[in-house]
Design a protein around this ligand. Structure first.
Ligand code: GDP
Ligand code: IMO
Ligand code: MG
Length: 427
């Protein structure tokens, strides 16, 4: 059975979690393949809201095995807290599997994330300060600690001592911070976290392949998004992993031929948290209305998200980067009250119209969006469950976006609730 990837098509918070939850109905394994607890995925089920950070979004279903793949960076304290919170609410995490090859986030990663942001001053990236960048940097520098190291205390301690030798010099001499105590970390990670995590640590690559061989559908859940991708996003205003669909191969341990469906998730508009270019950003009352109506504040960090109109130049590029087979659009209902909805179809850069994303980022900073204005529908879409219930203007908006982007829109969200969606065929 093939694998399906769910990937963010914009700058994150598109509603990946809710579409993963929806797709989980027909799946057995849901695998997170990159990122860490910088992610925040909100699921609303029967009026109850669940904010997930590390645990894959399929966890709410009993038939799902949620898997944290090797490409994820794991803060064990956060993972344990998240599991405990879910279990207190009656959601079993017993089936959760964590790759032994996933890298650990350690307290010095968080400290370094915070101080390096402070040193960047006005140039700061606006990271989530969760230690993501420093943890991936150590992975690439080959001085990272992995989840499997929790199972071998002497190796764990040896690697920790090696890492701290350098980290404490940097913290003390560059950033004027107090050194970090290895004993304290060892106590927390080996004595407190290890017993709790040990039953979940697994060979997730074999697990995934056994599922594929047994003809089970594997869903690969991306965190962050295409334009936060380390290679393809608006560098340096990106995260430190590869959310694009190709990242699912390395982050889960499968070859590209297993992937037959790639669902790109986009909002009916765009938001971005943190710094970086954003051609269709709105600084006016319309932007305020998007933030208010869409409740555009970070799931875990509470930060206000920057709003803008949907941008099909970016989405076309995302289709290419991800081999996206279709688009799922969330939050169509947020546009319900507008007289006119705008769709960016190109960029005017120094008088020349571009319909492909310019490769040079200075061009992106100067890009003036070219908009197609479409009539709004001025109707509450919250109860729409079938495409024929859609006002013509809303159907036209979806069809226009699909035409611009070159792939069909197949699923549409009209509210945060689990049942507030409908299947669509824009062709
Ligand atoms: P993710 O990080 O991509 O999983 O997205 P987040 O969960 O961070 O942000 C999406 C937010 O929008 C969450 O609060 C969801 O409950 C909410 N949401 C998702 N789909 C819809 C939708 O179709 N309509 C509305 N109004 N809210 C939605
Ligand atoms: P989900 O999975 C939106 C952004 C941060 C910052 C940049 C780098 O919920 O869509 P990092 O802490 O990763 O080093 O920060 O990336 N960012 C996100 N923005 N949604 C996310 O996750 C994000 N994860 C990271 O705001 O601009
Ligand atoms: Mg989010």
């Amino acid at each position: 059975m093939p694998a399906t990837v769910i990937v963010g098509a914009q700058w994150g918070d598109e509603g990946k979690g809710r579409f993963t939850d929806l797709m989980s109905k027909e799946t057995e394994l849901v695998v997170r393949y990159q990122g860490g607890h910088n992610a925040g995925h909100t699921l609303v089920v029967d009026g109850e809201s669940y904010a997930l950070q590390l645990v894959p979004s399929g966890v709410l279903y009993d038939h799902i095995t949620p898997v944290i793949g090797n490409g994820v960076v794991v803060d064990p304290r956060v993972l344990i807290r998240e599991m405990e919170t879910l279990e207190r609410r009656g959601v079993s995490c017993a089936r959760l599997k964590v790759s032994g090859n996933a890298h650990l986030i350690l307290p010095y990663h968080q400290e370094l994330d915070a101080v390096s942001e402070r040193y960047l001053g006005n140039n700061k990236l606006g990271t989530t300060k969760r230690g993501i960048g420093p943890a991936y940097a150590d992975k690439a520098a080959r001085i990272g600690l992995r989840v499997q190291d929790l199972l071998d205390p002497s190796i764990f301690r040896k690697k920790l001592d090696i890492a701290l030798r350098e980290k404490n010099q940097v913290l003390a001499r560059v950033y004027n911070r107090l050194p970090i105590d290895a004993d304290e970390i060892a106590q927390i990670y080996l004595e407190e976290c290890r017993p709790r995590l040990e039953p979940h640590i697994a060979d997730t690559v074999s697990l995934i392949h056994h599922a594929l061989e047994a003809d089970k559908l594997v869903l690969l859940e991306g965190a962050q998004a295409t334009f936060l991708d380390l290679d393809h996003g608006t560098y340096p205003y990106v995260t430190s992993s590869n959310p694009v669909a190709g990242g699912a191969c390395t982050g889960a341990g499968i070859g590209p031929l297993h992937i037959t469906r790639v669902i790109g998730v986009a909002k009916a508009y765009v938001t971005r948290v943190g710094a970086g270019p954003f051609p269709t950003e709105l600084h006016d009352g319309v932007g305020e209305a998007l933030v208010d109506r869409g409740h555009e504040y970070g799931t875990n960090t509470g930060r206000r998200r920057r709003p803008g109109w949907i941008d099909t130049v970016m989405l076309r590029h995302a289709v290419r980067l991800n081999s996206m087979s279709e688009l799922a659009i969330a939050k169509l209902d947020v546009l319900d009250t507008f007289d006119t909805v705008r769709v960016c179809t190109g960029y005017d850069i120094d008088g020349v119209i571009h319909t492909d994303l310019p490769y040079h980022q200075s061009d992106l900073h100067r890009a003036v969006p070219v908009y197609q204005d479409l009539p709004g529908w001025k109707r509450d879409l919250g109860d729409v469950r079938e495409p024929h219930q859609l006002p013509a203007q809303a159907a036209d908006f979806l069809a226009f976006v699909a035409r611009q982007v070159g792939v069909p829109v197949t699923m549409v969200g009209v509210g945060p609730g689990r049942d507030q969606y409908f299947y669509f065929d824009s062709r």
